[in-house]
Ligand binder design. Structure first.
Ligand code: GAR
Length: 196
């Protein structure tokens, strides 16, 4: 089976990256992880990638100051250099410029910790609790220029329990993310393959 070459961008712990890489070990999974990039050189996820046997690389956004295009050009070159065909953002905490997003349109997906269109942006768990919502969750979506606005691919829901703190809820959402992301990325791969 023709597997798509997958690049994964992270900024932190990389637990979603790990879930994706583990899913890719199934012989019938439609993607193969070829490169993990972190914009934070000390991200825990970089060591995880190494332990999982996936090439990894830090490209520190701070080295580029305000020049976001230069930072993203470096990421783009690293990805294209190893023939990446689809990118999964997995806790990548930099907003990408229209230049990068348009370059990778239809080949770029993200996981966001809310039931979009509810709660785009930051502090989603706190906002869901404060709003008195009964449920919360996560969304995998195509990335478009509007932050957290792209078409959803799939969602997972979790209950909000009485007495939940944002951290407790975040942990519940993350467990759901690890189930959802591999499934949704497989869907995205099928959509992309049907197009190319
Ligand atoms: C995940 O919960 C992901 O949904 C969130 O960051 C976390 C990364 O965890 N992403 C965003 O907030 C993007 N706006 P991980 O590094 O352990 O995968």
């Amino acid at each position: 089976m023709n597997r798509l070459r997958l690049g994964i961008l992270i900024s932190g712990a990389g637990t979603n990256m790990e879930a994706l890489v583990r899913a890719c070990t199934a012989p019938d999974y439609p993607a193969d992880p070829v490169l993990v990039i972190s914009n934070r050189p000390n991200a825990e996820g970089l060591e995880k990638a190494q332990a999982l046997g996936v090439s990894s690389l830090a490209i520190d956004h701070k080295a580029f100051g305000e020049d976001r295009k230069a930072f993203e050009s470096k990421i783009d070159a690293a990805l294209t250099g190893v023939g990446v065909e689809i990118i999964a953002l997995a806790g990548f905490m930099r907003v990408l410029t229209p230049w990068f997003v348009e370059r990778w349109a239809g080949r770029l997906v993200n996981i966001h910790p809310s039931l979009l269109p509810k709660y785009p942006g930051l502090h989603t768990h706190k906002r869901a609790i404060e709003a008195g919502d009964a449920e919360h969750g996560c969304t995998v979506h195509w990335v478009t220029v509007g932050v957290d606005q792209g078409a959803p691919i799939d969602q997972a829901r979790v209950p909000i329990e009485a007495g939940d703190t944002p951290d407790m809820l975040a942990a519940r959402v993350q467990r759901a993310e690890h189930q959802l992301y591999p499934k949704a990325l497989a869907k995205a791969c099928a959509t992309l393959k049907a197009r190319i």
